[in-house]
Every structure is written in structure tokens, then in C-alpha cells.
Design a protein around this ligand. Structure first.
Ligand code: A2P
Length: 317
């Protein structure tokens, strides 16, 4: 398995398993099967509502002698209602307890959006805390506390623009190791990837297959289906691979960590085998040319009328 070196010298397996949208009741079996097949990196978050089941599957795999804790890379995230510095370590301790581990490999600030304590999702504009009142830099001090306490090996961010990342990087004592963002051929994130490279921040590509299983409220009626793209299909045919494998191989070839989600044993195996799919420079260039700057996960749940967060100030575009 290829790995990517982070700014502290740690190496993260470049292909991991996504668990967003993996339902309780099925995520445990998926994680268990993934580890059996050779996955060594699981991407989690408390907001996915399934960390306890993920933790039980990890414990089961370790008990069965299939993997050791040290061989597994576990990532989790800080939810938006825990952005106050003092709330970060307690939130991480809850995740550690749910996952059944003493320490996490990578802990990310899930969104550059702050909510009042106890609000999982905003129901009214009053549920938000404006970014200026509780900026990322403040939350970051709590993230650094998590490293100091030995509870997180590395820390990073998610859904963060180049502008916010630069501002954070310039003041951080422990520099962010990772920015996890939506990234696939329709949203290739060229500028953001360049900024991350310059700052020594690795990039994880989420929704690499286009996340077609998103709930309807998070979908646009006219959205193009990445897995059905004809260019991806043609490259897949040439490479004797599947469209999903082309999408994963494309991301790996660009040096990203990539975390496709599946709860199906056959598709888990297919996705893992994408690490062995080699695309030529010409094939990569054809897939590169698909960029539409098209976001599937627009974060519009953060930007309803009256919210201090807007599409403009969320993405800085
Ligand atoms: P399933 O879990 O039933 O396999 P993303 O990683 O972009 O969020 O995409 C996840 C979606 O893609 C899920 O609907 C998942 O379904 C599906 N998926 C995962 N792997 C494959 C694959 N190899 N081929 C087709 N669809 C896939």
C-alpha cells in the first residue's frame, strides 16, 4: 500500500475507507471486511453517528490477530459545536472512547463553521457562532492541546480554503498536517492543492466517487453523475479497470490520500485494487480535463438566509 508522508514524518496509507453514510448496522461489517481485505486506514467522524460500531469492528479485527493497532491509521474529526478551545479535548475523549482507542492518528476540524454547544445541525440562524467570534485559530489551540496530551498524533482541518489555511498556518504552533476536502475530476481543486503543497499540508480527497448516496437534501436535481462519465468509462475500458478504480487511481496519481466509501465486500475489494491500476500520462490528462469546479457537497446547510456563513465566506471563492 502506498503511503503519504505528513509534516511530522508519520506516513498515512494513501487509500483509506470512508464511513460517511455507512449506516449503523452495516458499517461494522464493512470495516471488519475492509481490514480483512487489507485496508489499513479508516476515516471516521462523530457526526456520522457510527463511531462506536467502527470501534467494535476495529477491536474485533485486532482481537482476531488480523491487524495491530499500530498498523491501523484512524482519522476522526471535531464537530462544529465543540470549537471552543476548552471543548476540543473533551470531544476527542468521547471519540476515543467510542472508537475504543487511547489515541487517534489524525484529528481534523470537520468544518470552518462554529455552532452553539449541543447543536448538531443548525435549525435557526441563532444556532451559529460567527466565524469572527470563534475563529479556527481559537479552535486550533484546543487541537494543539490534544497533541500535547498525547491523544492525537497529527492534527489538521477539513473543508478549509487556501485563504483560511494560510492564516491558520501562519499562527499555528503545531502546523496543520492535512486538509481533507471534496476532490474528484469534476472538482480537481488545483489551486487549493498547490497552496497545500506550498505549506507542506497533505490533501485527503473525500467523495472521490461523487458520493451518489448522499441524502436527497444534499443533492442538486441536475447534478452530473461522476461514475457515469463517458471519459472515465473509456479510460476504464482501456485500463481494464472499473470507473471507480479510475477515479481512485487518478487521485492517487496526483498524490492525494483518497477515502472511497463502500459497505459492499466486492466494491471494497475493487476499490482497494485500484492502488494497482496504473494510468498513463495521457489518460490522466484526459481525466484532468473533466474539471468543472463542480462541488457536490456545497455546505448549503451552513448558509441559509440569516446565517453569518455564506457560500462566499465559507469557500473564499
Ligand atoms: P456502496 O457503499 O453500496 O458500495 P463516495 O466514496 O464518493 O462517497 O461514494 C460512495 C458511493 O459510491 C456509495 O453509494 C457506494 O455504494 C458507491 N461505491 C463505492 N464503491 C463503488 C464502486 N467500486 N463502484 C460503484 N459504486 C461504488
Amino acid at each position: 500500500m502506498q503511503s503519504i508522508e505528513l509534516n511530522d514524518g508519520s506516513r498515512v496509507p494513501a487509500l483509506g475507507l470512508g464511513t460517511w453514510k455507512s449506516a449503523p448496522g452495516e458499517v461494522g461489517a464493512a470495516v471488519r471486511e475492509a481490514i480483512r481485505q487489507g485496508y489499513r486506514h479508516i476515516d471516521c467522524a462523530p457526526i456520522y453517528g457510527n463511531e462506536r460500531e467502527v470501534g467494535a469492528a476495529v477491536a474485533d479485527a485486532i482481537a482476531a490477530g488480523e491487524v495491530t493497532r499500530d498498523e491501523l491509521w484512524l482519522t476522526s474529526k471535531l464537530w462544529c459545536d465543540r470549537h471552543a478551545k476548552k471543548d476540543v479535548v473533551p470531544a476527542l475523549r468521547e471519540t476515543l472512547s467510542d472508537l475504543g482507542v487511547d489515541r487517534i492518528d489524525l484529528f481534523l476540524v470537520h468544518w470552518p463553521v462554529a455552532l452553539k454547544r449541543g447543536k448538531q445541525m443548525p435549525k435557526s440562524p441563532k444556532d451559529f457562532i460567527p466565524f469572527e467570534k470563534l475563529p479556527l485559530e481559537e479552535t486550533w489551540k484546543g487541537m494543539e492541546d490534544a497533541v500535547d496530551a498525547g491523544l492525537a498524533r497529527c492534527i489538521g482541518v477539513s473543508n478549509v480554503s487556501a485563504k483560511k489555511l494560510r492564516a491558520l498556518h501562519s499562527v499555528a504552533r503545531v502546523k496543520p498536517a492535512m486538509n481533507q476536502v471534496e476532490l474528484h475530476p469534476y472538482l480537481a481543486q488545483g489551486d487549493l492543492r498547490a497552496a497545500c503543497r506550498e505549506l507542506g499540508v497533505a490533501v485527503t480527497a473525500y467523495s472521490p466517487l461523487g458520493s451518489a448516496d448522499r441524502p436527497d437534501v444534499l443533492r442538486a436535481a441536475d447534478e452530473p453523475r461522476l461514475l457515469d462519465d463517458p471519459v472515465v468509462a473509456a479510460v476504464a475500458e482501456e485500463a481494464d479497470a472499473t470507473p471507480a478504480q479510475v477515479l481512485i487511481a487518478w487521485s492517487l496519481a496526483h498524490g492525494n490520500v483518497v477515502i472511497p466509501k463502500s459497505v459492499n465486500a466486492g466494491r471494497l475489494a475493487q476499490n482497494l485494487a485500484a492502488a494497482d491500476v496504473a494510468l498513463s500520462a495521457e489518460q490522466l490528462a484526459r481525466v484532468d480535463a473533466l474539471d468543472l469546479a463542480r462541488r457536490y457537497v456545497t455546505g448549503e446547510f451552513w448558509t441559509p438566509p440569516g446565517s453569518p456563513y455564506t457560500q462566499a465566506n465559507l469557500w473564499d471563492e
